[in-house]
Design a protein around this ligand. Structure first.
Ligand code: NOJ
Ligand code: NOJ
Length: 576
């Protein structure tokens, strides 16, 4: 009976596999071509992009994505650099060289986040002709330098085996070092998250920073450079990374700010982009098969079961289409129903995390079920208990088959909502599955390719996640550079009324009216002096308080960039 069940299940998987197999073959070629079409100077959809510049998408209205993001570009080039360095596609070297050249130029550009020495490396987005984008935006985003260094380090490690270390030291190390130094110095400063919305600390950002510092330290040692700062900060970052885990609810809270559930594809993307097969199912680095990452995946997937109509009728233990996070409203299509849509790259991340997990379980010939991962496994085998299941146990075989079926299910959804020409946009409609938002999203193509590689058990290179120890006590990061701002506002008040200040950073009480900073009056001029993070964009408002009642200044927010380290500034405002 049990054996029958197993074979019925493998039969199902086999039927599904045949239909997704042909999708994988055709879509792999289309995704690769779609990705290359979005890279300058010769990509067919990237006209106007400088050599090596990756456009996010050729879409110019709703949304206008004809820009280059450091995050998207680095994730895209990691795919190409992996294909090149593993010999899958030797023709890519010119692209790689162009990319490194373009990114080196972007590093040097003064932009609204600062210049090279004052925080400019945190700028998320540039014009495609390598000039600064100067409109307002969610900046800085501190995952960019980490992802970029990871991509370039992969190439540097390949080059080291073929040329002298002095060559790598002269050509690649200077740009890698800029990014690593930025990460080492700024990892504990707040940052906009990868979705460019929440300014706080973000799991994805912290996780990719940790990886960059580890592999950066290893490369520094090989090149006989000083790796101490990178290693010290890598330990501190790893320590901090643990704090995102929500033990009670069994998932990773994606951002320390933001006022949402914190359930977010952010965390699955972090797990797949920091996958290191040598680390097994290590939970401190949230490896794809770790108990924490599996529990987190279940909570994440379940949060989309009932909010997208196209998931209706799916078994409660099968894959569904997923989006960025359940509360998302970006590009909501149904009027009056402000819920976003599923994304290709997040649905692919579910499949990829599980393919990565399967690879490790098949290599280590066992699956460990812990208290933490029990609910993940029990959705497939309600009777499974905490324990280790080895090669010879039926449970091992069944769980492998069921997890595989779940991953294939996510892939089948990806396939089902991909039109016959294979083009991948950013999202597909939550009700009817038609494509929504940016067309030909380069990151969607890259995410399809990494999902396919994981499915084919292509083992990624290790980056040093194995055997790490988390420090018992987390040390704070480097002291943050600060400057001083005196805020003054001219406001006439009635007796008993006072003026206070609040704004977007902790030093301004993070927009809390109840703990806002009291100001001192001199006639009708109210002022307060605050030590703030240097070279940082700060939004703020003055508020009136009378008998406990709060009146906010009218919109929009006031905005300043704080002075560079050690500087002072006075702001003269008039109450609005
Ligand atoms: C544009 C960003 O790219 C997107 O991620 C975000 O959701 C919207 N702005 C709204 O803030
Ligand atoms: C919006 C996404 O939220 C962000 O992550 C991405 O970098 C940009 N679009 C460009 O693709």
């Amino acid at each position: 009976m049990r054996l029958l069940l197993v074979s019925a299940l493998s039969l199902c998987t086999a039927v599904l596999a045949r239909s997704v197999d042909s999708y994988v073959v055709s879509e792999a070629a289309i995704a690769k071509a779609g990705l290359l079409a979005n890279i300058g100077p010769s990509g067919s959809k990237a006209s106007g992009a400088s050599p090596g510049v990756v456009i996010a998408s050729p879409n110019t209205v709703e949304p206008n994505y004809l820009y280059t993001w450091v995050r998207d570009s680095s994730l895209v080039f990691k795919v190409l650099i992996d294909q090149f360095t593993t010999g899958q596609d030797p023709s890519l070297q010119d692209h790689v060289v162009n990319f490194i050249d373009a990114e080196s130029k972007l590093q040097q550009l003064a932009n609204p986040s600062g210049n090279l020495t004052t925080g400019g490396l945190g700028e998320p987005k540039f014009n495609i002709n390598i000039t600064a984008f100067t409109d307002s935006w969610g900046r800085p985003q501190r995952d960019g330098p980490a992802l970029r260094s990871t991509a370039v380090i992969t190439y540097a490690n390949w080059l080291l085996k073929r040329s002298s270390s002095s060559n790598v030291l002269e050509t690649l190390w200077p740009m890698i070092k800029l990014d690593l130094d930025y990460v080492a110095a700024n990892w504990n400063q707040s940052s906009f998250d990868l979705w460019e919305e929440v300014e706080s600390s973000s799991f994805f950002t912290t996780a990719v920073q940790h990886r960059a510092l580890r592999e950066g330290a290893a490369l520094a040692k090989t090149l006989k450079q000083n790796a101490t700062a990178y290693l010290t900060q890598a330990d501190n970052v790893l320590c901090f990374l643990q704090s995102y885990w929500n033990e009670e609810k069994g998932y990773l809270t994606a951002n320390t700010g933001g006022g949402r559930s914190g359930i977010d594809a952010n965390t699955l993307l972090a797990s797949i982009h920091t996958f290191d097969p040598a680390a097994g199912c290590d939970a401190h680095t949230f490896q794809p098969c770790s108990d924490k990452a599996l529990s987190n995946l279940k909570v994440y997937v379940d949060s989309f079961r009932s909010i997208y109509a196209l998931n209706n009728g799916t078994a409660s233990n099968a894959a569904v289409a997923t989006g960025r996070y359940p509360e998302d409203v970006y590009m909501a299509t149904t009027p009056g129903l402000a819920i976003s849509n599923p994304w290709y790259l997040t649905t692919a991340a579910v499949a990829e995390q599980l393919y990565d997990a399967l690879l490790v379980w098949e290599r280590q010939l066992k699956i460990e079920v812990t208290e933490t991962s029990l609910s993940f496994f029990q959705q497939f085998e309600p009777k499974v208990k905490v324990g280790t299941y080895g090669l010879l146990s039926l449970t091992y075989i069944k769980l492998l088959a069921e997890v595989k079926a779940f991953a294939e299910g996510a892939l089948a959804i990806h396939a089902k909502y991909t039109p016959s020409n294979g083009a991948l946009s950013e999202q597909f409609d939550k009700t009817n599955g038609t494509q929504v938002s940016a067309k030909d999203l380069t990151w969607s193509y890259a995410a399809a390719l990494t999902m396919f590689s994981a499915r084919a058990s292509k083992v990624p290179l290790s980056w040093g996640a194995a055997g790490l120890t988390v420090p018992k006590v987390c040390k704070p990061g480097p002291p943050l550079p600060t400057s001083t701002v005196t805020f003054t506002v001219d406001a006439t008040t009635v007796a008993g009324e006072s003026i206070l200040l609040t704004g977007s950073i902790a030093e301004l009480q993070s927009w809390s009216p109840t703990t806002a900073l009291p100001m001192t009056a001199d006639g009708s001029t109210w002022s307060v002096t605050v030590v703030v993070p240097a070279s940082t964009i700060v939004d703020f408002k003055y508020i009136r308080m009378l008998d406990g009642a709060v009146t906010w200044e009218s919109d929009p927010n006031n905005e300043i960039t704080t002075p560079a380290e050690g500087g002072e500034a006075t702001i003269d405002d008039v109450w609005r």
